[in-house]
Write a protein of this length. Structure first.
Length: 412
């Protein structure tokens, strides 16, 4: 059994990461190092939470002027960025503090770039188009899943284009990430389920990603550079953590130890995707989400069983190791059987948190399969990471199997 391993390791990461219950206490001092006027980006729900108000009060106690933008919306519409830039472009903001889920964090990261360099966010759609560092951003996630606190990409929904577009640049990397599991305790159950499904998908996709030849020229122009030994470390850690914590979080959402483990797993997943990148499940989900108005986490989770089966012939060793990490691989069985056991355990974890594991439940209509495949094939930044070549025809087959809940194995 041969595992596909790159000979070099590559990571991108924030300057500082603080993790643990109560670690938000460091925010006033972190911000005092970089700002006299901080713009806090959050959503309407979080802005009313006692912990959020206490954070703002503590920051102001350091003599820092605080402005709050609490209108962040799910799936980050471009209009949010336009509003932030219009409202605060002349306000002498020194830094941004993002408190919330992935959309809040993405909003702050990309707004920091536009505030620093001007123009429209559309000028930065794509890879390596942000001309330099933006305003410093400190990220404080309140969900355990997206990994946006440590990634240098923001995903924007452009309504006029009718699609999600990525702004991907090392210049979007946060100055610091403060990951406090206490902030996830109030997270609604459905959001907890969707974000953990997203984290699990991140870990599986990056651990089974394509290995690439990362020349200096390639690294200088691409954010996602494939599976490598350093991202594998984070994947192994994250998978092990989720395997032991998801059932506990579902059983008792107030279990701070389980919340901490899932949040640490999500951080691990974010560190992995920040360099290795996501793959086919994410490429296919984007148009499905636009059509069905379903959450990103549930979308990638529903696709994952069928994408894993599609990729199995090219990643038997990796899926077998996932089986071992998740404690279900019989060492006396064949590598293929170990791999299948790993895939089945991933599916069981998705079901534990209540994630749909078929596409009919999402509301996808078979008449849209070809359109979804067309759109997925445009996401070359993601499809290039998939370990098995993806075609329009193979995406349609994945969609058909997902719609039919067909868990038969692809030929190996």
């Amino acid at each position: 059994m041969t595992t596909c391993v790159a000979s070099i390791g590559i990571l991108r990461q924030p300057k500082t990461v603080l993790f643990g219950p109560g670690e938000r206490r460091h925010l006033p001092h972190l911000l005092a190092e970089i700002a006299r006027h901080v713009l806090v980006v959050t959503d309407a729900r979080m802005a009313q939470v006692t912990e959020f108000k206490d954070m703002v009060t503590a920051i102001e106690g350091q003599g820092i002027t605080v402005s709050v933008f609490s209108e962040a919306e799910p799936d980050l519409p471009r209009e949010n960025i336009l509003t932030v830039v219009d409202r605060y472009g002349d306000a002498d903001v020194d830094a941004l503090l993002a408190v919330g889920g992935g959309s809040c964090l993405d909003l702050a990261k990309v707004s920091a770039a536009v505030l620093a360099h001007g123009g429209d966010v559309r000028d930065y759609y794509g890879e390596f188009l942000v001309p330099g560092p933006g305003l410093p951003v400190i990220t404080v996630p309140t969900t355990a899943g997206t990994g946006a606190e440590v990634t240098c990409i923001s995903v924007v929904f452009d309504r006029e284009k009718g699609m999600k577009v990525g702004v991907a640049s090392p210049h979007l990397e946060a100055y610091a990430a403060v990951i406090d599991p206490e902030l996830t305790v109030s997270c609604p159950p459905a959001l907890t389920a969707a974000t953990t499904a997203d984290a699990l998908t991140h870990l599986v996709e990056t651990f089974t990603d394509r290995v690439k030849d990362v020349t200096p020229e390639f690294l200088a122009h691409h954010l996602y550079v494939g599976k490598n030994p350093l991202t594998d470390i984070f994947c192994r850690s994250g998978l092990t953590l989720l395997n032991s914590s998801l059932e506990a979080v579902v059983a008792d959402p107030s279990d701070i130890e389980a919340r901490s483990a899932t949040m640490l797993a999500a951080y691990n997943a974010g560190m992995a995707i920040n360099t290795a990148g996501t793959a086919a499940a994410h490429a296919i989900q984007s148009p499905i989400g636009a059509l069905t108005h379903t959450s990103h986490g549930f979308g990638v989770g529903a696709l994952l069983p069928y994408v894993m089966r599609y990729n199995l012939p090219t990643r038997i060793a990796e899926f077998a190791e996932i089986g071992a990490l998740l404690g279900v691989a019989d060492p006396e069985s064949t590598p293929l059987d170990q791999a299948k056991a790993g895939i089945s355990r991933v599916e069981a974890l998705l079901e534990t948190v209540g994630c749909p594991t078929d596409l009919k439940t999402l509301g996808l209509d078979p008449k849209d399969f070809s359109y979804v495949a067309d759109q997925a094939m445009l996401a070359t930044r993601l499809t290039a990471n998939n370990p098995r070549d993806v075609t329009h025809e193979s995406v349609v087959e994945i969609l058909q199997r997902g719609y039919d809940n067909d868990r038969t194995w692809w030929s190996v």
